[in-house]
Design a binder for this molecule. Structure first.
Ligand SMILES: NC(=O)c1ccc[n+]([C@@H]2O[C@H](COP(=O)([O-])OP(=O)(O)OC[C@H]3O[C@@H](n4cnc5c(N)ncnc54)[C@H](OP(=O)(O)O)[C@@H]3O)[C@@H](O)[C@H]2O)c1
Length: 154
């Protein structure tokens, strides 16, 4: 699709906005579950879009970085996600930032160097989100958060 679009527009394609968050991580799930028949997470729902963007230096912008479901609500501090919030809180304490900042830091830590698009209109929430730059997660923390969001690793 992106090659087709490129053929018909003059502008270079430099950004692609895709849904991505700890709770909506299908953009990367398929690679982690590749060739695994026991879970539907192995289904490729993106036709290699992330790999294409990385190969062509197209920056992925993650929309709804704090929402679960399509637009169901914010998973930070939601009682529906106790394990995830517990790990977000623990890692946030280490870096001196909020759970929200850690959830955004998880997106920024991906090697694709994604950007997060925040939807909040609340200045204090926006400040929390900006604090994500203060927390460069370790690999261990990154995978702990992935597991705490209800997935498993092969
Ligand atoms: N290209 C596309 O297809 C596409 C699709 C969807 C969205 N987008 C873009 O992505 C942007 C973001 O989407 P979104 O609004 O769904 O994303 P979001 O930033 O993940 O979600 C916003 C929700 O999180 C809450 N929130 C943010 N910070 C919080 C905090 N510190 N503590 C508690 N709650 C917090 C907000 O509540 P408060 O408002 O109370 O802070 C709001 O309910 C949109 O504005 C839109 O421009 C693009």
């Amino acid at each position: 699709m992106m090659e087709v679009l490129k053929k018909f527009v003059r502008q270079p394609l430099v950004i692609n906005q895709l849904q991505f968050s700890l709770e909506q991580s299908q953009l990367i799930d398929q690679a982690l579950y590749l060739n695994n028949l026991t879970t539907e997470r192995s289904i490729d729902r993106d036709n290699g879009t992330l790999d294409y963007c990385r190969l062509h230096d197209i920056t992925v912008q993650a929309w709804s970085p704090l929402q679960y479901g399509f637009f169901k609500g914010c998973f930070v501090d939601s009682p529906e996600f106790p394990e995830l919030n517990s790990v977000l809180g623990e890692i946030g304490e280490k870096y001196g930032v909020s759970k929200t900042a850690v959830a955004i830091a998880w997106i920024l830590r991906h090697p694709a160097k994604m950007q997060a698009i925040a939807g909040t209109m609340n200045p204090s929430h926006l400040r929390d989100i900006c604090d994500a730059s203060k927390a460069e997660l370790t690999h261990n923390e990154w995978y702990r958060l992935y597991l705490a969001s209800g997935k498993h690793l092969p």
